[in-house]
Design a protein around this ligand. Structure first.
Ligand SMILES: *Cc1c(COP(=O)(O)O)cnc(C)c1O
Length: 492
């Protein structure tokens, strides 16, 4: 027997500690919102590790509350401040101020939601939110969102840690449909997947992981703004058949990660219906258009899909990660993983909803609670308004940049993503990229960049309700002066 027994006592008092953390976070939120301080200052990992005093804390722990508080303050200093209105970077939700509460509760009770008996509340909230998402697609056949039974022709779905896993889940279900023997015997060699050449990389990566190989993805050409050319579908399909292959799924972008433009889902749905092909809509970013009366038409045809994915941590203000993978026919989900572990799947005795049989993950966090919370904080309407506003922000930025002669926008935005170039007649692709780094290293703004058809663009994703016209003007002017300092000064 060891002399010192482990204890289950925190050395720090619960309530007092939470209160002091809340105070520090509140200050973080307010200063970020007020645009005080930089969006991002990047130090090297060595510098951050030293400033945080990681080695000592790791050995000895926090001495007292002051110790912990100072750690959190330094930690927060070295973060990307998403709440700063001049953060217009990646497709990552700017959360509501109180979005962190479900993570706090989960972190305190640790009830994974994939087995009902390990967390009935979390699993119920997941079931409820899935019902609601299905109802948005007309795939819910219950009488009311509290109806968790398996109605005939019902849709179904589950929440996963992210869109990449969700895409793989949907593709596995598509394979189980066309080639159920794959689960035992491996993938037949004649299966291919068609989709825009600009499909998210997680599609091809899933196919590789599933043992089908990268080459099983048959890219369909896209137009200059990376939207699928539906006219090409028939010819490519004919060639696939001629080569003796079978199409396991057709994938659509709704919307494309780079440009935020939507593939014409109706046309793709018609094509899939005609040839009886599985239709998968990658709605990671844009499925949210379903919530906006004004923007719904952009995903017309989505309800004809067999499967869709929808990221809540991009556009529904949910902190990472939370994605839904949804199926029009529940049987398709039931059949996707033919694997039984006797300790978890005892169908006849279980109460409630177990999502475990249908997920790649085993343990997962209470994702439904996070998703529900987003709505519960302000009510459903506020989320729709938020979505509509982000789409409008991209329009406004477009209108502003399009009026300036020194900026070029290649398309009218359809979502909250907008790409542009500064003086494309004078600056090369490499120089556009250099501008992006100069801008983010200034700490004043955070934007991303992408390639569209091999050309480099600056890219913004608008998802902060506080970002407004004056920020657009300041951003454009900062880009201009950086470009002058970097590329034009010598000539003057
Ligand atoms: C972001 C995105 C994904 C990947 O989702 P993660 O949640 O980041 O894994 C997949 N497809 C599209 C179209 C996306 O925009």
């Amino acid at each position: 027997m060891s002399k010192t027994k482990p204890t289950d006592n925190n050395s720090l008092p619960f309530l007092e500690t939470k209160k002091s953390v809340a105070k520090v976070l509140n200050n973080y939120i307010q200063t970020s919102k007020d645009c005080k301080g930089n969006v991002l200052v990047q130090k090297s990992p060595q510098e951050i590790a030293e400033e945080l005093n990681l080695k000592e804390l790791f050995e000895k722990g926090f001495k007292d509350l002051t110790d912990l508080e100072s750690f959190i303050k330094i930690y927060l200093k070295h973060t990307n401040h998403l709440r700063n209105p001049r953060y217009v970077g990646h497709q990552v939700a700017v959360p509501q101020d109180l979005s962190g509460i479900p993570d706090w509760i989960h972190g305190t009770i640790n009830n994974p939601s994939s087995l009902y008996e390990m967390g009935p509340s979390g699993a119920t909230l997941e079931g409820f939110m899935i019902n609601w998402m299905l109802s948005k697609l007309n795939w819910f056949k219950g009488n009311d969102l509290y109806d968790f039974s398996n109605h005939k022709d019902n849709g179904s779905g589950t929440l996963t840690h992210g869109g990449s896993i969700a895409n793989m889940t949907a593709l596995s279900a598509a394979r189980a449909k066309i080639a159920p023997e794959s689960w035992m015997e491996g993938s037949p060699k004649d299966l291919v997947v068609m989709g825009p050449s600009t499909s998210h990389y997680s599609i091809v990566r899933s196919l590789s992981i599933m043992g089908m190989g990268k080459n099983s993805f048959i890219p369909v050409p896209v137009d200059t703004n990376e939207v699928i050319q539906t006219e090409a579908l028939e010819n490519i399909y004919a060639q696939i058949k001629k080569d003796g292959k079978r199409v396991m799924a057709v994938v659509a972008n709704a919307c494309a990660t780079s440009t935020g433009l939507f593939d014409p889902l109706n046309k793709m749905a018609d094509f899939c219906k005609k040839h009886q092909l599985w239709f998968h809509v990658d709605g990671a970013h844009g499925a949210v258009a379903l919530l906006s009366k004004k923007n719904k038409h952009k995903v017309n045809g989505i309800k004809y899909a067999d499967s869709i994915i929808w990221d809540a941590h991009k556009m529904l203000r949910v902190p990472a990660l939370c994605t839904a993978v949804l199926f029009k026919q529940q049987e398709d989900q039931w059949n996707s993983f033919h694997q039984k572990g006797s300790y978890v799947f005892h169908e006849n005795e279980v109460v409630g909803i177990d999502s475990m049989p249908y997920t790649i993950e085993c343990t997962k966090s209470a994702l439904g609670t996070k998703l529900f919370w987003s709505f519960a904080l302000e009510g459903k309407k506020a989320i729709s308004l938020f979505v509509e506003n982000t789409f409008q922000q991209a329009q406004d930025l477009y209108t502003y940049l399009n009026e300036r002669i020194d900026f070029y926008c290649p398309y009218i935005p359809q979502s909250n993503i907008l790409c542009f170039q500064y003086c494309p007649d004078k600056l090369s692709n490499i120089q556009q990229l250099k501008l992006r780094y100069a801008l983010i290293n200034s700490g004043k703004f955070y934007i991303t960049s992408c390639e569209i058809n091999g050309e480099r663009f600056l890219r913004t994703v608008l998802s902060n309700p506080l970002t407004q016209q004056e920020d657009f003007i300041a951003m454009a002017n900062t880009i201009k002066s950086l470009a002058e300092a970097l590329f034009f000064e010598k000539r003057q």
